[in-house]
Design a protein around this ligand. Structure first.
Ligand code: MN
Length: 211
């Protein structure tokens, strides 16, 4: 088969034990090496199948006639969404006191103040978005240059409730696989812990890329 462009699991920008005690080594390793890797593998397998099918028009006709295209599109959005959001999530964290935690500075501080009034208000809204996500999902901060606003998205799974053309500059995974080793069923405790490792400098870099 012809070589296709594939997704790859990014290396973490810190050691597996670097986010402890807020996220333990065991929790982080499992989340990154097993869960994120699974989305990468699934997305690549789907794309390989698509490439294979599109070589033969009879195969495409078969997909169409049996309704496989709809299922394919859904599965692809889920797995690519999973890969992309995890990649943002790892990057927007850093060890506590070494780039992680504290009050926001620079562009993100300005954005938070102009859109939400204060960091405290934003923190409350973002945390509640995360905690109240039904089932598996994410809280994410997304920006769009044209309307000059930052909006909090409550993403279900990896791909539902996403605003098209907005750029996610900060993401928090609240799937159970993100916190169950450390916090069992206490999602709120995990969300509170996140603020100790949030990497504002990285989020500022993400904002600078939105033009
Ligand atoms: Mn996850």
């Amino acid at each position: 088969m012809e070589k296709i462009k594939t997704f790859t699991l990014p290396k973490l920008p810190y050691d597996y034990n670097a986010l402890a005690p807020y996220i333990s080594e065991e929790q982080l390793k499992l989340h990154h090496d097993k869960h994120h890797q699974a989305y990468v593998n699934a997305a690549n397998a789907l794309l390989a199948r698509l490439d294979e099918a599109t070589k033969e028009s009879s195969q495409v006709d078969y997909w169409v006639s049996y309704g496989y295209v709809k299922a394919f599109a859904k599965e692809l959005a889920f797995n690519v969404g999973g890969h992309m959001l995890h990649s943002i999530f790892w990057d927007n964290m850093a060890p506590a006191g070494k780039g992680g935690g504290g009050a926001p500075t620079g562009a993100i501080a300005e954005l938070i103040n102009s859109n939400f009034g204060s960091f405290e208000t934003f923190k409350k809204l973002f945390s509640n978005t995360a905690v109240s996500t039904e089932g598996s999902g994410w809280a994410a901060l997304a920006v769009h240059p044209c309307i000059g606003r930052a909006m909090i998205m409550q993403i279900e799974k990896h791909n539902i409730n996403v605003f098209p053309n907005f750029t996610v500059v900060m993401a928090l995974d609240v799937w159970e696989h993100a916190y169950y080793v450390d916090y069992k069923n206490d999602r709120a405790k995990f969300v509170e812990a996140f603020w100790n490792v949030v990497n504002w400098d990285r989020i500022n870099k993400n904002i600078a890329l939105v033009k």
